[in-house]
Design a protein around this ligand. Structure first.
Ligand code: GLN
Length: 299
């Protein structure tokens, strides 16, 4: 190994790009590797895509070359790019991530964007509730867009809440975080009437582990993902019960779902008095359900 240039032919940008593609295209495909490179150059050097495209003959200094070297080694081990750079972008918010929180997914971003573009709220105070907040991304994106809202976010994991608090602060939002387990029969929440109750709870059945990618299985927290096969909707039952009691009569319940369980999840919500509507994500999969009280809609 050439210790000066590590395994790169030189410390020119062109050679960094070449080695990444040589070593990773087989694993991820060339366009995905291109996305990783855009993200790494942005994170390490503050370069945008245009700067990268027009700077192929530029050389990077030795300490930056070393960072690219370790990023390449990590990517070969399926470490998520978001863990390597330490953050992801979600609805124009910068969200720090770690192995303690689920990396926010583009499907979840699509669900939140749907709410942001579909609903208009009065300026007076209204309450939002985000259950299983993880990194805090959903609560933060909603609060950023509706700064007058009073936002409460709940998670069972103290470590996730620590990250969510940091993210809320870094994004200039003011969110009330609560540590609580939705599945605990003692679970209770203040007596607000929430305009929005939203959740992306664990919904991947244990038996679906075998279809999941290594980067998810090895690096995302299992606590945020998996539910037992014999009761895969346990979180939705808890959420529906909370919503039945705490959703304003004209409020909106929004839940991300397992695409294989859309019908069952909709039926469950119907049995709690909601009128569910299933939404399809950009991959063509049933991905979230919005619901209002049936008697509100039929009035
Ligand atoms: N969509 C996520 C995944 O496939 C799962 C999110 C969840 O369980 N809430 O990794």
């Amino acid at each position: 190994m050439n210790t000066r240039n590590l395994r790169f032919r030189s410390n020119r940008v062109r050679d960094i790009l070449a080695l990444f593609h040589e070593e990773l295209d087989g694993l991820y495909g060339g366009s995905e590797v291109g996305v990783f490179l855009d993200m790494l150059f942005e994170a390490f050097l503050g370069w945008n895509k245009v700067r990268l495209l027009t700077s192929k003959e530029t050389t990077v200094d030795q300490s930056d070359l070393l960072r690219f070297h370790w990023a390449l080694e990590d990517l070969k081990k399926n470490r998520p790019i978001q863990h390597i750079i330490g953050y992801t972008d979600f609805c124009d918010c910068h969200i720090a991530v770690s192995p303690d929180v689920l990396i926010p997914r583009p499907e979840t971003e699509e669900m939140v964007n749907w709410i942001l573009s579909t609903f208009h709220f009065p300026l007076s105070t209204f309450h939002f509730l985000d259950l299983c907040t993880g990194s805090g991304c959903i609560a933060i994106a909603l609060n950023k867009r509706f700064p007058a809202a009073d936002v409460t976010a709940v998670d069972v994991s103290e470590k996730a809440l620590a990250m969510a608090r940091e993210n809320a602060q870094a994004n200039d939002t003011d969110i009330r975080f609560l540590q609580a387990d939705l599945l605990d029969p003692q679970f209770s929440i203040f007596n607000f009437q929430f305009s929005i109750i939203i959740s992306n709870p664990p919904y991947v059945r244990d038996s679906e582990r075998s279809q999941m990618q290594r980067n998810v299985l090895d690096y995302d927290p299992a606590l945020a993902l998996f539910v037992p096969d014999d009761d895969p909707l346990r979180f939705y039952r808890a959420i529906a019960a909370i919503a039945k009691e705490h959703l304003a009569h004209d409020g909106l319940l929004v839940v991300e779902i397992n695409e294989a369980l859309a019908d069952e999840t909709a039926a469950l919500l119907r049995s709690y008095g909601f009128l569910p509507e299933v939404h399809t994500d950009f991959r063509g999969k049933a991905r979230w359900i919005s619901a209002q009280f049936k008697n509100h809609i039929s009035q």
